[in-house]
Design a protein around this ligand. Sequence first.
Ligand code: ADP
Ligand code: MG
Length: 482
Amino acid sequence: MSTTEPGEIVESSQVAAQWARIRGRLQNEVGDVEYRTWLRQMTLVGVEGDEVTVHLPTRFLRDWVSSRYGTRLNALWQLENESIRRVDIRVGGTVAPIATPAEAAPARPAQPEPMNLVTTPVFEPNSDDRPESRMDLAAALDSRFTFDAFVVGKPNEFAYACARRVAEAPASQGFNPLFLYGGVGLGKTHLMHAIAWELAARNEAAGKRLVSVAYMSAEKFMYRFIAAIRTQSTMEFKEQLRSVDVLMIDDLQFLIGKDNTQEEFFHTFNYLVEAGKQIVVSSDKSPSALDGLEDRLRTRLGCGMVADLHTTTYELRISILETKAARAGIPVPTKVLEYLAHKITSNVRELEGALNRLIAHANLFGRPITLEATHEVLHDLLKAHDRRISIEEIQKRVAEHYAIRLTDMSSARRARQVARPRQVAMYLAKQLTSRSLPEIGRKFGNRDHTTVMHAVSRVNELMERDGSFAEDVELLRRLLES
Ligand code: ADP
Ligand code: MG
């Protein structure tokens, strides 16, 4: 995707190198955790005259980054490139939680983008007609996410078996749609990509006709749908979707509350199932738990195969670590693997991240991986995992964020501008600490536990209705957890 607009003058490779150096420096200066939380999502839009434009995906991130890092960004740019006088940080680009459609849809190309089509076999003569499709495939599907690379254990064996089955015999009775669900970082996306790769490989081997697979996140589905409406090309969009053999939609929960997009998905879904095509969907919850999804869609989603990925067990974590270490070809002592499997229990993504950091470190310094080296390299990460968040800390952060006085967290004032932040703080206290409702109530000016309960459900309700509010709360949580 080109990120520059016509009229912008960018010495692209040079500017890209400067930008990479600036990001590297920032990361060094602020540390990994902070960088990942706030800065990683910056994208360089371009340079025009003496001004650099940088995008961040949400308003909240934009404000945060401008106020805390704006000056530093300016200075770093000037160091790299004297002609730069101003860094303009704007909302743009795409990412997770979406606000209202009108606001979320960024400036997009006028044409709907091509889908990610897997076309096989690659060497069939008419695959020459579709070079774009093949490039898209490379961009969209992670080549590491194959069945071979997926470590199977009790928590995921059922989902794995279902995914394999779909790849071997798409659209078979009882497996259409395949609905995969589970928490973050447990392998949903990995399994979906694996299905696509397997389908591609099988078709290539059998010299069969081209099979097309469209894989996209629900969020992307929505963006494309909105873009199609805006450019009056919904017919094209629909045709594109309806011409595929396998449609995969990742993270379906994003469609909650997006009624028009749900409607469109529902029709496409019905059309494809009736035409004997396979659908694979992933989500963080089971169909029946997806509140806010239209009933008829929920029903249809649940009528194929529903498979969940459970949280990992110690045994699975160990075998994942062993497999990944072996693949990397670096000896990692069993003690280290055990230590990691004990400490990092949240999900596979974090586990993998920790191991990768160890391996990178070992490669960089040519030192063997030891338990001491592990403590040292993963210090901040493990600290974050050990850390207990206090209610005081939550109150302080939330008060800061909404620019109210800390004392208002326990005051009797009921004005909306203090009551709402107070509710958010109560909500986060419930989510992030193990305190009981009465204990939380006491910390908020001796309030009753029913007040806390009310705050929790009110915030939940608001988060569902108001995307930018949800985004705010989500980012506060991330900040507190980091
Ligand atoms: P999700 O989509 O459920 O949030 P992902 O599929 O993106 O999670 O998985 C997160 C990371 O963990 C990926 O790098 C993936 O390869 C890895 N991963 C998850 N489960 C497994 C597994 N069972 N074996 C190997 N790698 C895994
Ligand atoms: Mg995923």
